[in-house]
Ligand binder design. Structure first.
Ligand code: ADP
Ligand code: MG
Length: 268
């Protein structure tokens, strides 16, 4: 079994502190949902875990089976077994899906023998049209096709942990169901105790109807202000984020100081 541990994580971007002390432990096979209003720091958390340039870690650590991920460049974090499905997947002209996967396999010491067959089988399973397999990565794909493509990569690369940054954004109901079910299946695949661990960032309960969370955490103003079982997501549907507002003033003198999380949510 593997463990992804986030301890006391404080981080800033563009000189503004966004994450104010995040603690989260995810084990293999577990699904942890992180829900929160716009601007709460959800994407920042995923960016900091993967090492996106421009984000500064001020305190805390991120450990994968005890290894300090924050000391590694992004590609080594991926190689170590952390995979990010971005909210807006990048288009990479000139690079095909199989080229990219062959390189990723090589970086993981895996042979690319039979890769074409694996890709075709996985494409069928996830409902990614075979005629799209020859296109450059994500180029000219619809929002739903991009997310199916990203989910296909996740399934084939078999990381230890996946961070899904709003997998549900830009997806129609069918694509959402297919992608969420594929991720859910991955949590149960592989040797016993080695299923995919998931951090699923989402606004909506809809995703969680297919991808069943073990734990739900509410992120408001860079802090996890509540954690619980799946019933917490149901409560959120009724009460909104305001019930979880920290009530604390912002740490700096930004114009938004004193606003509630709900104000921020409604303003966007
Ligand atoms: P969420 O994903 O929860 O909607 P984000 O993590 O994207 O929130 O953003 C949190 C805050 O950090 C917002 O106020 C946003 O404007 C700010 N922020 C995020 N990325 C950058 C950046 N690259 N430069 C400046 N500010 C940023
Ligand atoms: Mg975001």
């Amino acid at each position: 079994m593997s463990t992804l541990e986030i301890k006391g994580l404080v981080a800033s971007v563009a000189g503004k502190q966004i994450l104010n002390g995040i603690d989260l432990t995810v084990n293999s096979g577990e699904v942890h949902a992180i829900m929160g209003p716009n601007g709460a720091g959800k994407s920042t958390l995923s960016a900091v875990i993967m090492g996106k340039p421009g984000f500064e870690v001020l305190a805390g650590e991120v450990l994968l089976d005890g290894v300090d991920l924050l000391a590694l460049p992004t590609w080594q974090r991926a190689q170590a077994g952390v995979h990010l499905v971005m909210q807006y997947p990048s288009e990479v002209p000139g690079v095909s899906l199989t080229d990219m996967l062959a390189e990723a396999y090589a970086a993981r010491g895996r042979t690319a023998d039979g890769l074409d067959e694996s890709v075709a089988a996985e494409a069928q399973r996830i409902g990614f049209a075979e005629r799209l397999l020859d296109r450059s990565l994500n180029v000219d794909l619809s929002g739903g096709e991009k997310k199916r493509n990203e989910t296909l990569q996740l399934a084939l690369l078999r990381p230890k942990f996946a961070i899904l940054d709003e997998l549900d954004s830009g997806l129609d109901i069918d694509a959402l169901r297919d992608c969420a079910r594929r991720v859910e299946d991955a949590t149960n695949e592989g040797p016993v105790g080695e299923g995919l661990g998931v951090v699923a960032i989402t606004h909506y309960n809809r995703l969680l109807e297919e991808l069943h969370p073990d734990r739900v955490h509410i992120l408001v103003k860079g802090r996890l202000v509540a954690s619980g079982g799946p019933e917490l997501a149901d409560r959120l549907e009724i009460d909104g984020y305001e019930a979880f507002s920290t009530g604390e003033p912002e740490q700096d003198a930004a114009p938004s100081a004193g606003r509630s999380a709900l104000d921020d949510f409604l303003a966007i």
